[in-house]
Design a protein around this ligand. Structure first.
Ligand code: SF4
Length: 241
């Protein structure tokens, strides 16, 4: 019998790449909380502010800000549902897939466009990251379509790249005030291939195989971190507190 499993679109993105370590993925799912997990909160704060100001701009002007205009003409935005509501049960794998998109727009042709903000510089050398983001966004598209919110016709990443190269005194003066300083972000829209039906059911089946295993799968032969963990564990056993 299949045990109930729940994964997020972000979690599913770990299965991207040519050689993911299923041991690490299994441990990350089954051993919670893991030690040494730190994520700088500033990124979620900026993403959340980003969502707020875009929605506030649409409320005021009835359209996307110019820097998002290439996404197309919108009718309105949909407040992204909480992950507890934005979720579907995938019967074949027995997995509940959930997520929380950053931006959902109902376009004038009645289709949906879903975006995800990334506070980071975009680089074409990010194949591994981009493969993961592709899964994450396609998972959101899959959920939206299954919930009958779609059809989703476009998905995209919106990189907010910090501008940190002020060089002239005029530029410096324009960002410093008595209250502090301003940092500007330059958006870059990166369209993502939309193929949720091709991508997501297969990944859910793969996730089911990995997570149903009663023991952690074998470690990756190319990763040195497990050896370091073994050394750390041995040292801790020999030096109990
Ligand atoms: S081999 Fe590396 S990636 Fe795999 S479980 Fe160990 S630390 Fe994680």
């Amino acid at each position: 019998m299949t045990t109930a499993l729940t994964v997020s679109g972000k979690w599913l993105s770990q299965l991207a790449g040519y050689n993911p370590c299923y041991r690490c993925i299994w441990i990350g799912y089954n051993v919670r909380p893991l030690p040494y997990q730190m994520f700088p909160g500033i990124f979620s704060t900026i993403d959340s502010y980003n969502k707020k100001i875009v929605h506030a701009y649409i409320d005021e002007h009835g359209k996307l800000p110019d820097w998002l205009a290439s996404l197309g003409s919108i009718d309105h935005y949909i407040k992204p549902p909480h992950y507890s509501k934005f979720s579907i049960f995938h019967e074949q794998s027995g997995i509940t897939l959930r997520g929380e998109a950053d931006g959902i727009f109902r376009m004038t042709d009645a289709s949906l466009t879903i975006i995800d903000y990334k506070t980071s510089r975009y680089s074409t050398n990010q194949e591994y990251l981009l493969a993961g983001y592709e899964i994450q966004l396609n998972a959101y598209a899959f959920i939206a379509n299954e919930l009958g919110m779609g059809p989703v016709k476009h998905i995209a990443l919106v990189y907010m790249e910090p501008l940190t190269e002020q060089s002239t005194i005029d530029e410096v003066d324009s960002v410093i005030s008595q209250a502090g300083f301003l940092m500007q972000f330059q958006p870059k829209i990166v369209p993502v291939t939309l193929h949720p039906d091709k991508l997501i059911p297969n990944l859910l089946s793969k996730a089911q195989q990995v997570l149903q295993s009663p023991i952690a799968p074998n470690r990756s032969s190319t990763c040195k971190n497990c050896v370091a963990i073994d050394t750390l564990t041995e040292a801790a056993i020999q030096n109990p507190s």
